[in-house]
Design a protein around this ligand. Structure first.
Ligand SMILES: C[S@@+](CC[C@H](N)C(=O)[O-])C[C@H]1O[C@@H](n2cnc3c(N)ncnc32)[C@H](O)[C@@H]1O
Length: 289
């Protein structure tokens, strides 16, 4: 007689085994710095299922096999696109724009035109561009339409599909909700009716921003110095070690007296030298580093 439980239907193998999950965890950390905790198993399964579909694979086990061996750069990029969280919005955590205005931009307007410095900003982890375009609007507002100013914003991300959206710069109506009405009036324009997107930042805003693909884990070509770096709601996906190394590199690229803005739920690693907290997750970079 077989034991009673042999009569039960055989349980089907889970689509994402613990071994498969650990492999994705390890690769996401090694390639992109993403720190995925065990509690994300169901979320990762759902994202990998969609990715397997998109790549025309038979399922998640085939996807795991792809990443177990030596995947192409394109396959790695697909994995990043599917694992990364890109939520963003115009004037998100606008306290940072207020701080920039009061501490950096307003005092600049009191200087004579001949001593105007060039202004350089970096939006690191810019997603679909709301953060750098919002910053460009703030610069236009504070600095007299940027007439006579040399101001540039570099905006980078590793998610190429988000960078495509950022370059297209067409957004649905709800994305305008947090843009103050007066700023909307001056800096965004309506798109022809009928499409999903209803507005875009005006030309004078778009031309201040340039986009580039960049993995924050890799070496950076930029030498700075930047007047301010915005890296908001990105470090939250990294572990302490990666966070510390990225923030140390940011600090080296900000000019003394410049600023580093992190997401308001993020903090610079403890004991970091050369920065002083001046507001919610906002830091002034000091001269002595
Ligand atoms: C939640 S969004 C934040 C967007 C914007 N900074 C904001 O606060 O609204 C996080 C962004 O970080 C990017 N990111 C995550 N890991 C990255 C890495 N290793 N290199 C570059 N960008 C990365 C993601 O692609 C995503 O667009």
């Amino acid at each position: 007689m077989p034991p009673a439980n042999d009569c039960k239907p055989a349980a089907s193998a889970p689509a994402l085994t613990d071994t498969g999950f650990r492999l994705i965890q390890a690769k996401a950390y090694e390639w992109f710095g993403l720190h995925i905790t065990a509690s994300k198993h169901a979320l990762i399964l759902s994202r990998l299922t969609k990715l397997a579909d998109r790549l025309g694979l038979s399922g998640v086990p085939a996807l795991i096999e792809l990443y177990r061996h030596t995947p192409s750069d394109e396959a790695k990029q697909e994995l990043f696109n599917s694992l990364s969280t890109n939520w963003t919005g115009f004037f998100r955590e606008s306290v940072h724009f207020d701080l920039l205005r009061t501490r950096l931009l307003n005092p600049l307007t009191e200087q004579p035109a001949v001593s105007r410095p060039s202004l350089r900003f970096w939006s690191a982890g810019c997603s679909m561009g709301c953060e750098p375009y919002g910053l460009a609007m703030v610069l236009h507002e504070a600095l007299d339409g940027l007439a006579g100013w040399d101001a540039k914003i570099l905006a980078t991300d590793l998610a190429v599909d988000e960078l495509d959206k950022a370059t297209r710069a067409e957004y649905p109506a709800e994305a305008a909700q947090n843009i103050p009405a007066a700023i909307q009036k001056r800096h965004i324009e309506s798109l022809p009716a009928g499409g999903e997107a209803t507005f875009r930042p005006r030309d004078h805003v778009r031309k201040v921003v340039s986009f580039a693909k960049l993995n924050l884990l890799h070496p950076w070509k930029m030498t700075g110095p930047f007047d301010a770096i915005f890296c908001r709601n990105v470090l939250i996906y990294f572990d302490d070690k990666t966070r510390r190394s990225v923030v140390e590199r940011f600090v080296r690229l900000v000019r003394p007296g410049g600023y580093l803005f992190l997401g308001t739920s993020e903090l610079a690693p403890t004991g970091m030298k050369g920065i002083q907290l001046i507001g919610p997750s906002a830091y002034e970079v000091r001269g002595q580093r």
